[in-house]
Design a protein around this ligand. Structure first.
Ligand code: PLP
Length: 441
């Protein structure tokens, strides 16, 4: 590239996007892209929504920045109320930051501080799952179980324990849904006992796994069992809903599908729909009480936490989701998308699994449908599918290395919650052409 930006892929040329509206983006050469994955499951209400633009401009005219140690501001107060109202149970308290990694990092530190406030300072470890992604800062990456993203930084990471994920297509115990006894949930208890409950502060999970497996939905009962285990050993349950939060899966939060109340909910991406950098951690009454009855302070935070512009964007995006019934819509159109993907899978023997919830779906590719044998990682199939789709003007989200952290190929299809069935058909038509080009059949 002939500019001064330090891009992530240094040998690649990035199209310059100059316009976006609804489901589509356009580059400087006039090429149109269908946003079938909301970038990275971010643009949940689509691009260029005027109500949101107006709300941001209005806020800009009033005040663009307030420092959180000295002041609060109206958009932050109103957004916190909106999130508290949408969150399950007594999740009533919200702290803000600028993205997902900052949210999970905050939850990690808050869990640690919570037990200091409660007089149990030995509790600091966070148990997480393999094939998970909680973000790129060192704390978030220490919790993440994404081997590829951890590898280069391994010497810098905290030594947090990991357990196998609830990945039913590739169950670590070789079980099928009808023979499963939630061994993956029992393993959480085994890990707590191995580490010693007095050393463990929290268990973190993505209720529906994002791009490190691709829309992996746990079996019914998993979330509830894990909640019971955490209660038994006085361990906090952190739900990382950075991808799933605010309607993506057809419920306000994915935990709602299993009536499970976590102690902390991390969110980002969809809460501001890409209109501004925003993240949040929402917590239950007992968490805030530990601080308010204890030292009276939570020391951790970021300069841009509680930014009024970002909060105004978040408030406008969430209001748009609610006013247009997009959570319910995501459930209905998601069911249609899943059904159509299953139809596609029946036609192509290299599609091993189709899964998802609401408008968070994924397709996993295999060498052999019966055994589920993945393609060799060296074939780079996920990147090939994503790249060829982009050539055809279709944006997909890669979920490579899904099988075991090294091999395995999947892509996510997760369009804006506003998507219509006709637009889904348009996405699937280009998707099928892409697959036939890559797999030659
Ligand atoms: C589940 C989950 N948690 C955390 C993150 C990190 O968010 P961010 O990239 O905004 O820091 C991501 C990003 O993809 C995610 O999917």
């Amino acid at each position: 590239m002939d500019d001064h930006v330090f891009y992530p892929m240094l040998r690649k040329r990035y199209p310059v996007i100059v316009k976006a509206k609804g489901l589509y983006l356009w580059d400087a050469d006039g090429k149109r892209y269908i946003d079938a994955c909301c970038g990275a499951l971010v643009s949940n209400i689509g691009h260029g929504v005027e109500e949101v633009n107006e709300a941001i401009i209005k806020q800009l005219r009033e005040v663009a920045f307030t420092h959180r140690f000295k002041f609060t501001n109206r958009p932050v107060q109103e957004l916190a109320t909106l999130i508290a109202d949408l969150s399950p149970g007594d999740i009533n308290w919200v702290t803000f930051m600028s993205g997902g990694s900052e949210a999970t990092e905050t939850a990690m530190k808050m869990a640690r501080e919570y037990y200091i406030e409660k007089g149990k300072p030995s509790k600091y470890k966070i148990i997480a799952r393999w094939q998970s992604y909680h973000g790129n800062t060192l704390g978030a990456l220490s919790m993440s179980g994404h081997i590829g993203r951890r590898r280069r930084y391994a010497p810098l990471l905290a030594d947090f324990p990991h357990v196998p994920p609830a990945y039913c297509y590739r169950c670590s115990w070789g079980k099928k849904p009808d023979t499963c006894s939630l061994e993956c949930a029992a393993e959480v208890e085994a890990a707590i006992l191995r580490e010693g409950p007095d050393n463990v502060a929290a268990f973190i999970l993505e209720p529906v796994v994002g791009s490190s497996i691709g829309a992996a939905v746990p079996k019914d009962g998993y979330l509830q069992t894990v909640r019971t285990i955490c209660d038994k050993y006085d361990i906090l349950l952190i739900a990382d809903e950075v991808m799933t939060g605010l309607g993506r899966t057809g419920a306000a939060f994915a935990v709602d599908h299993w009536q499970t109340l976590p102690d902390m909910l991390c969110m980002a991406k969809g809460i501001s729909g890409g209109y501004a950098p925003l993240g949040a951690v929402a917590v239950r009454d007992h968490i805030r009480e530990a601080f308010s009855n204890g030292s009276g302070r939570f020391a951790h935070g970021f300069t841009f936490g509680g930014n009024p512009i970002a909060a105004a964007a978040g408030k406008a995006v969430i209001s748009f989701v609610l006013d247009h019934g997009l959570i319910e819509r995501s459930r209905a159109t998601g069911a249609y998308l899943l059904e159509e993907l299953r139809r596609l899978a029946a036609k192509h023997e290299y599609i091993g699994d189709v899964r998802g919830l609401g408008l968070m779906t994924a397709v996993e590719f295999v060498q052999d449908k019966i055994s589920g044998k993945p393609f060799a990682a060296s074939q780079g199939l996920t990147d090939k599918v994503v790249g060829k789709a982009l050539d055809r003007g279709l944006m997909l989200y890669g979920a490579g290395a899904c099988a075991d952290g090294v091999s395995g190929d999947a892509v996510m299809i997760a369009p804006p919650l506003t998507v219509s069935e006709a637009e889904i058909n348009e996405i699937l038509s280009v998707f099928e052409d892409t697959l036939e080009e890559v797999f030659g059949r």
